[in-house]
Write a protein that binds this ligand. Sequence first.
Ligand code: AMP
Length: 224
Amino acid sequence: MSTSTIPAKRQLILALSKGRIFEDTMPLLEAAGITVLENPETSRKLILDTNDPGVRVIIVRASDVPTYVQYGAADFGVAGKDVLLEHGGEGLYQPIDLKIASCRMSVAVNAGFDYETAVRQGARLRVATKFVQTAREHFAAKGVHVDLIKLYGSMELAPLVGLSDAIVDVVSTGSTLRANNLVEVETIMEISSRLVVNQAALKLKRERLQPILEAFERASSKQS
Ligand code: AMP
């Protein structure tokens, strides 16, 4: 059956990003009886078919997932808490913590930089990060004055070349920090990925979405 013969109400688009979120979402989709037919690491396609003609997966940047879902270009998606906090969550229903792609948001500095003393003495810190909202709130709550420098990637480089005193970044094993002679000085929060659903789709496509959301919930609670 081609997708054009399926009523719009019964067609679903899921937004995912490549890498860990895609890989960790596959077992959850399998639990809902859905298999993605192409691998985004080897295919250049941005719209991937599944074994269910009514479900397709779009591949977007991690930070764009909430935007596609907010505007209804995707019905649902998977995004990290880090990304959702920066986006603000407007127009999104967030029913399930999938407990996948877990990591933590941390402050890191050059090995040898005395972060505690700098903070205690009220020094104005330069902090480079992609996560400006989270960083702003974190330092404001601590009463630390910071100049935030927005970067889009490779935050670890900033303290090495003197762009900043500290970075706020997501850390998983810590090996990237170690490889660059940086040390984690503070954990801001634990991060995991959540399912996000377009609020209109939740009402209009509930019949189609509900069994998938339930399968995701059952499969993710088994993982924890
Ligand atoms: P690691 O070396 O394992 O601590 O991984 C750190 C690097 O991988 C950083 O550059 C992060 O930006 C990225 N990273 C690790 N885990 C995640 C995640 N769950 N979501 C997004 N980026 C991640």
